[in-house]
Design a binder for this molecule. Structure first.
Ligand code: GAL
Length: 417
């Protein structure tokens, strides 16, 4: 080797050693997969990305979000990528059966116990949540929030103009919707199919009560019973008060009907509040809220969390992202915009608006049950059987056949023997 080349190579080796000793590696990036692209949702994610970039300026954040509420499209894309051995570094998954029954069961995500220890998260993550993200002594995700599913949003001016007060029971709700319908107002705004499942789970809860609702998922409530039949009849009746173009509306479109005064009610998770705020609307004036009828004192929850992929292309960058997702600063930036409350128990309450402050009080004091549509109570295969049955029911309107299909879905899930 000639002398010049030797000197040049030596300089390069020393330089690269020096760089890696300082931890400066070129090309670090983290690909984070979610379905937060739409109104209210993208802004929340952006707020957390900002915290990430401030803390880790050398890591490129690749936002791999795929559009579509509740992750209906995104999760199909994710499944294809996982099957092809091409995982994003980190993705959004719901605490509960979606996480444990799908990604953990499929050995697709890594345990994060060390991170929980190093970040002190055991002291600040709620005790109710840890079992829902754990399996065999390992913790598998980092929850960023708590959302409430059972929220009845309403237009205060429309209710007032029609002499309707906020219903607390199913019967009061039906009476209110009769009045509104007679006045030529769409009583209940509804959107595409997953929002129909979301509506269904809240009607099941409101009709059955918390204990019997929980029993649907552990086999102690009989799906073939008369009480479930009555709940499904309620659901059938609720659907008669909805707009006819629901199949073509996103959740944002449907909730906007309420804000615009084109409909009186909408049942949607509290991400709707993030959207209303993004639209510049004022709580209690432009929109009001209450627990869905029959569910006063019950908080039907879900939690978005982020995971570390088995075979993540850049596990270190992914870990940096997870640290922000679990941090106080990350959660305080994300949640007030997203319309959710922190998963952490130590966030500053004054950063949140009046709706979210009321959600915090309810989360702390209500009976807590899990959401079906958003991954808590049933794994993906059970949920997709319910979804198929629901789709057929929406087309055909046969409650008895729907109930029989739900009985069969529980049996094939293994929860009902
Ligand atoms: C849920 C998710 C929420 C919100 C909603 C609508 O599944 O947990 O964060 O994004 O879908 O897209």
């Amino acid at each position: 080797m000639n002398k010049k080349l030797f000197v040049l190579l030596s300089v390069l080796v020393v330089a690269s050693l020096a760089l890696s000793a300082c931890g400066v590696k070129g090309g670090d990036q983290v690909e984070v997969f979610s379905w937060w692209t739409g109104g209210g949702e993208a802004a929340g994610l952006e707020a957390m990305i900002k915290v990430f970039k401030a803390e880790y300026p050398d890591i490129e954040f690749v936002n791999a979000a795929v559009a579509g509420g509740a992750g209906t499209n995104a999760r199909a894309v994710l499944a294809t990528r996982l099957q092809a051995g091409d995982p994003p570094d980190s993705w959004q998954g719901h605490a509960g059966q979606e996480l444990i029954g799908t990604y953990v069961a499929g050995k697709q995500i890594e345990p994060l116990n060390d991170l929980y220890t190093s970040e002190g998260w055991m002291d600040v993550m709620p005790g109710t949540l840890i079992p829902l993200i754990s399996d065999g002594g390992n913790i598998y995700s980092v929850p960023v929030n708590i959302h409430r599913a059972n929220v009845l949003w309403y237009n205060p001016a429309v209710l007032e103009a029609n002499g309707v007060s906020v219903p607390t029971t199913m019967d009061e709700w039906f009476a209110a919707m009769d009045t509104l319908q007679a006045a030529g107002i769409t009583p209940l705004a509804l959107g595409e199919q997953w929002t129909k499942m979301h509506l269904m789970e809240t009607v099941l809860l409101g009709s059955l009560g918390a204990d019997a609702y929980n029993g649907l998922w552990d086999g102690s409530t009989d799906w073939a019973s008369a009480e479930v039949k009555a709940a499904l009849d309620n659901y059938a009746k609720v659907l008669t008060y909805t707009n006819t173009d629901s199949a073509s509306l996103s959740w944002q479109d449907a909730s906007q009907l309420v804000i615009n005064g084109d409909a009186a009610f909408n049942v949607m998770g509290d991400w709707a509040e993030g959207y209303f705020r993004e639209l510049g609307k004022t709580p209690e004036t432009d929109y009001g809220w209450a627990p869905t009828p029959g569910s006063v004192g019950v908080f039907q929850f879900l939690s978005d969390s982020f995971v570390l992929a088995v075979g993540a292309p850049d596990p270190e960058a992914a870990t940096a992202w997870l640290k922000i997702a679990g941090s106080k600063a990350g959660q305080e930036a994300f949640n007030p915009v997203k319309g959710s409350i922190c998963a952490r128990t130590d966030c500053d309450k004054t950063l949140f608006g009046v709706y979210l402050q009321s959600a915090m009080d309810d989360w702390a004091s209500n009976t807590v049950v899990g959401s079906l549509t958003h991954g808590v109570v049933a794994n993906d295969s059970w949920k997709s059987e319910i979804d198929t049955a629901l789709g057929l029911y929406i087309q055909g309107g046969d409650v008895a056949a729907f109930q029989a299909a739900l009985v069969a879905a529980c049996a094939s899930s293994g929860a009902c023997k």
